[in-house]
Design a protein around this ligand. Structure first.
Ligand code: ATP
Ligand code: MG
Length: 224
């Protein structure tokens, strides 16, 4: 296995107008590592994931994915991100005019991969038989599961998940977390999962807390 970090954050700062959200944040994520990030509402967790996903740029500092700095507005960088990343957003971003099967097939199509895995992935999140449904026919939790299937279907190297179980009941949460973890481990992928849920965080290899000082690991003794 390669020792090159999958993700390297060096001295990242980000403000919105006069509000400093992230300041001098550094972190390195190893290949195959699955971490959970917890922290108070508004502390900058989604902001951090958005920066890693290239949806926004830091004011200063450097983000390297697979040892490369990826400019936000750059076609080659977009293609690499599309292949390399699987992103489960806090708001689902499921495309309303596409069926569930088409939504989940999209990352495969865009990456020129076989579409075979799409129906299997929908079945894995418990939506077998709903392939031809449209997003408006689904509950919030079902939509969340479509978003999860879509984020995992192309076996990304780095999975970024923002409250992936925020809309799910406890049993479904448990199943989905198990699925996310087994996908990560089967594909030797890395993942960052942002969550307020202890149950979700404890499926990760490590738990980090984000506050104004940066990312701090919670030691195992403090884990309940
Ligand atoms: N596009 C934006 N424009 C202005 N302010 C923003 C923007 N995005 C985020 N913020 C502000 O940055 C801070 C961090 O927001 P962020 O969404 O990263 O928090 P969070 O840790 O994900 O919170 P939550 O747990 O509630 O999801 C908040 O004060 C928020 O209001
Ligand atoms: Mg958030």
């Amino acid at each position: 296995m390669s020792h090159t970090p999958v993700l390297e954050l060096s001295d990242i700062s980000k403000s919105y107008s006069d509000r400093q959200v992230l300041s001098g944040l550094s972190y390195s994520l190893a290949a195959g590592e699955y971490v959970a990030i917890m922290g108070d509402s508004g502390v900058g967790k989604s902001t951090l994931l958005n920066l890693i996903a290239g949806l926004d740029s830091p004011d200063s500092g450097e983000i390297k994915i697979d040892s490369k700095i990826l400019p936000v507005e750059d076609e080659a960088a977009t293609i690499l991100r599309r292949k390399y990343l699987g992103f489960i957003f806090q708001a689902f971003h499921v495309l309303p005019h596409l069926t569930l099967l088409q939504n989940v097939s999209l990352p495969l199509l865009l990456n020129h991969l076989s579409l075979d895995r799409a129906p299997a992935m929908l079945a894995a999140v418990g939506l077998q038989g709903r392939e031809q449904d449209f997003p408006h026919q689904l509950s919030g939790g079902e939509l969340q599961r479509v978003a999860i299937a879509r984020a995992l279907v192309h076996r990304p190297r780095l999975i970024l998940a923002d409250e992936p179980t925020g809309n799910l009941d406890q049993d479904t949460s448990r199943e989905i977390l198990q699925l996310i973890r087994s996908e990560i481990k089967a594909n030797q992928a890395s993942a960052i999962i942002v969550t307020h849920s202890r149950l979700a965080a404890e499926t990760a290899d490590r738990i980090l807390v984000l506050d104004r000082h940066g990312l701090t690991p919670i030691s195992l003794e403090n884990r309940k």
